[in-house]
Ligand binder design. Structure first.
Ligand code: AMP
Ligand code: GLY
Length: 412
């Protein structure tokens, strides 16, 4: 069997590692991949949907798994299905649940899914008039994909007006800012739950805590994720029940009532407040760095559960009782100005953690930094402390110029 994995982060490296021990799989291809995936398979330098489709036809790829959102929103699944190519993910229309915050908010409101109160705006003046009547903080979101940068928590009216101007008039995110979602600010802690969908039912994985801020103690700018732990120690059975009743169940009913039957992943970005669990957003894919800890604890064969979902079969997900910690090592300055191209040393000396590369590329037999998030270290243990010690030992051993990582991942 030949499998194509689209993406190049540590999430795709984690998928690659999980699949690489499956004897039925003869070859793994990655577009465009990274240093880990080059070691486990073959990287191909193709990123257009047509190019990937032609590659899958020519190489007789048996299954394609899509990591990031952009190809899903651009319609890679529709194109592959047109050519009878097996692919795990939602069609373009369904990917709009991630690709358009206006669309997903309307979906949540229509189907009584517990979410922050919000309004959608298409006209600049209407948005300005609205924020002048509101209390702060207020959350302003560009509706379209903005690489995780399209959400601003405005602390006062001046910041709200500037943000609306930058999104709608300056168009700093292009067409993503044509529509805005402006919503109430929710105070609490966040959790991520990712579910597999077999077209009929949703099968949730264990809840994950993602560390989004660049600095220790959740300070500094938002990033793509500086680390993660699973299962989330904050998310209790009470929160889980609230999630299942007020978010998971109505989401499934909503999908059915709109005749959306997709086979792929659905990611619930949650905010737990003193009034319960709210849905902030859907992503229609696996999360990064959530995937690294989920797959470290998942006891199922990943290929089998994906194929079962594609065949419309029910699955029974099994997770180990252990704790998992993922520490992301970055290039100094991330998520702002970074310098790359530095050799990453001592990888072979790391013993107790998986080293999953992201922004790192091979040149000869050496590996060099090549992005903001350079690699993930992943370990499991009987306690968070044990897993945490292992990843920090790994981070101590690995060296490259301008390395940076948070010191408080998995510390409770
Ligand atoms: P989103 O892409 O909608 O999940 O937003 C990105 C991040 O912005 C979230 O992970 C939260 O940290 C924050 N955020 C989004 N919506 C809200 C809200 N209504 N209240 C507080 N924080 C929010
Ligand atoms: N960790 C959040 C995401 O993958 O979008």
């Amino acid at each position: 069997m030949k499998i194509l994995i689209v993406g190049n982060g540590a999430r795709e490296s984690a998928i690659a590692l999980k699949l690489s021990s499956d004897k039925r799989i003869s070859k793994l291809y990655f577009a465009k991949g990274n240093a880990t995936t080059e070691l486990l398979g073959q990287n191909i330098y193709e990123d257009s949907i047509e190019g990937l489709r032609d590659f899958a036809i020519k190489e007789r790829i048996d299954l394609t798994i899509v990591g990031p959102e952009a190809p899903l929103v651009a319609g890679i699944v529709d194109e592959f299905k047109k050519h009878n190519l097996k692919i795990f993910g939602p069609r373009k229309r369904t990917a709009e649940l991630e690709g358009s915050k206006a669309f997903s908010k309307k979906f949540m409101q229509t189907h009584n899914i517990k979410t922050a109160k919000a309004k959608v705006f298409e006209a600049y003046q209407d948005a300005i008039d609205y924020v002048r009547t509101q209390e702060f903080p207020l959350v302003i979101k560009a509706s379209g994909l903005a690489g995780g940068k399209g959400v601003v928590i405005a602390d006062d009216l001046a910041e709200a007006e500037t943000t609306i101007h930058r999104f709608m008039i300056d168009r700093i995110f292009g067409d993503a800012g044509i529509q805005l979602v402006i919503e109430e600010y929710l105070r609490g802690f966040e959790a991520s739950i990712i579910a597999f969908s077999n077209g009929e039912k949703l099968f949730p994985c264990i809840p994950v805590k993602d560390y989004k801020k660049a600095g220790n103690g959740d300070t500094g700018p938002n990033t793509g994720g500086m680390g993660s732990v699973a299962p989330s120690p904050e998310f209790t059975d009470v929160h889980q029940k609230d999630f299942e009743e007020n978010i998971l169940k109505p989401t499934l009913e909503g999908l059915h009532s709109q005749n959306i039957r997709f086979k792929g992943f659905i990611f619930f970005g949650l905010m737990v407040t003193k009034d319960g669990t709210y849905l902030l957003e859907y992503n229609m894919r696996l999360g990064d760095p959530e995937t690294q800890v989920i797959l470290a604890l998942m006891e199922n064969n990943l290929y089998d559960v994906i194929m079962d979902c594609l065949d419309g079969n029910d699955i029974e997900l099994k997770f180990s009782d252990k704790k998992a910690v993922c520490l992301v090592m970055c290039s100094g300055g991330y998520p702002r100005q970074i310098e790359t191209g530095f050799e990453i040393r001592n990888i072979e000396k790391v013993e107790d953690s998986q080293v999953l590369f992201a922004g790192a590329r091979m040149k000869g037999d050496k590996i060099y930094t090549d992005g903001g998030r350079v690699l993930s270290l992943v370990a499991t243990g009987d306690s968070f402390d044990e897993a945490r010690k292992k990843v920090y030992q790994g981070a101590d051993i690995i060296h490259y110029d301008y390395e940076y990582y948070r010191e408080d991942i998995g510390k409770f």
